[in-house]
Ligand binder design. Structure first.
Ligand code: UT7
Length: 330
């Protein structure tokens, strides 16, 4: 059975920066509040680019770095909560078309909110290790500014736009060791974009009057469950694989809030050198946050061939998950 590996990473952040000072002009907030409660200084906003364009730029970089030809990719899977279109066509097919992947390949989207990239890893690993596919391109792409209510101070300060991508293929030396994904639908209402589905259809004017087409979050409740769940999940994957925190080269958590990251980091004894942070400059980019952070580690030289990474994420659904892998890229 072939072993699956992350052969490369790529990312793209749109150039426009929205600072905390800019947000002070939009809602009743302050740089001090945002920094203290979240660690976020700024986030990126895609002004003239749609989700599939962000994803395409990250994907192009990942393919180039994998050293393979586009014709060799035989599946693309995209995770997004801010896709190009509400139900179809998928953002994966749009990215495949934009970057010129061959006609006939498998292409589809998944919905797992901020845990999207961990779900993608599990899917891609299964496809490669079963022998069904040789090279799988996975993309987390978000134009969250298209579903954020810039009159709601409790959410608009948190989120940003961006994309990250990876090529998954066979590599015996540096495998994706383990991936764990999970969910519990009873918390669905705590983090939700309620409108424009079958419950609050876009045909009902109340959907827009009540601003249900935007993302809504009960932040404080999400926060507490996120810290507990992430800590438990990371402990479980390390115990299962008999790995201790000192053996991990890079701990790369979902970048939602610096306080959540710090709480998990302290409970698990990770050092600041092990922990990758991008939340200060990108905010929460949902499914793109982990691959953007992996890319940051790669470009800064911290992530090398064979580096042992521990990823963890938590998001709407609720969904959560973790992954333990050795980087197979050069
Ligand atoms: O990616 C998926 C997972 N998402 C997360 O993990 C996010 C989890 N939640 C969080 O990160 C935090 O809960 C928030 C950053 C969203 C909020 O921080 P908090 O410390 O939980 O604040 P809070 O919601 O308890 O609100 C405290 C106060 C409230 O005022 P009162 O009721 O105490 O007078 C809010 O109205 O802060 C107020 N507040 C703000 N003040 C200034 C809420 N948002 C803002 C704001 N600026 N932007």
């Amino acid at each position: 059975m072939p072993k699956a590996s992350m052969l490369s990473i790529g990312a793209y952040a749109p150039p426009k920066i929205l600072t905390n000072a800019d947000l002070e002009k939009l809602v009743d907030t302050s740089d001090e509040w945002i920094l203290k409660r979240t660690g976020i200084k700024e986030r990126r906003i895609a002004e003239n680019e749609v989700t599939s364009e962000l994803g395409a730029k990250a994907a192009e970089q990942a393919i180039l770095r994998a050293g393979i030809q586009k014709e060799q990719i035989d599946a693309i899977i995209c995770a997004s909560i801010s896709p190009d279109f509400f139900c179809m066509p998928s953002t994966a097919t749009a990215i495949a078309h934009r970057i010129g992947l061959k006609s006939g390949i498998t292409a589809f989207d998944i919905s797992a909110a901020c845990t999207g990239f961990i779900y993608l890893l599990e899917l891609a690993k299964s496809l490669v290790e079963s022998g069904a596919k040789k090279y799988v391109l996975i993309v987390g792409a978000e134009k969250l500014s298209s579903i954020i209510d810039y009159t709601d101070r409790s959410t608009c300060v948190l989120f940003g736009d961006g994309a990250g991508a990876a090529v998954i293929g066979a590599n015996e030396e540096n495998e994706i060791i383990d991936v764990h994904t999970a969910s519990d639908g009873k918390y669905g209402d705590l983090l939700i974009t309620p409108g424009c589905g079958s419950v609050y259809p876009s045909s009902d004017p109340l959907t827009f009057e009540k601003r249900l087409n935007y993302l809504h979050m009960s932040g404080n409740e999400v926060f507490k469950i996120a810290v507990q769940t992430l800590t438990r999940d990371v402990v479980e994957i390390m115990q299962k694989n008999k790995i201790s925190s000192e053996q991990i080269d890079l701990f790369i958590p979902h970048q939602a809030n610096l306080r959540i990251i710090d709480a998990v980091k302290q409970r698990l004894n990770f050092t600041s050198e092990q922990c990758v942070l991008t939340v200060d400059k990108y905010g929460n980019t949902s499914s793109a946050s982990i691959p953007m952070a992996i890319n940051e580690a790669y470009e800064s030289g911290k992530l090398k061939n064979g580096s042992l990474m521990l990823l963890d994420a938590f998001g709407g659904g609720f969904t959560w998950g973790s992954a333990l892998l050795k980087f197979g890229g050069k």
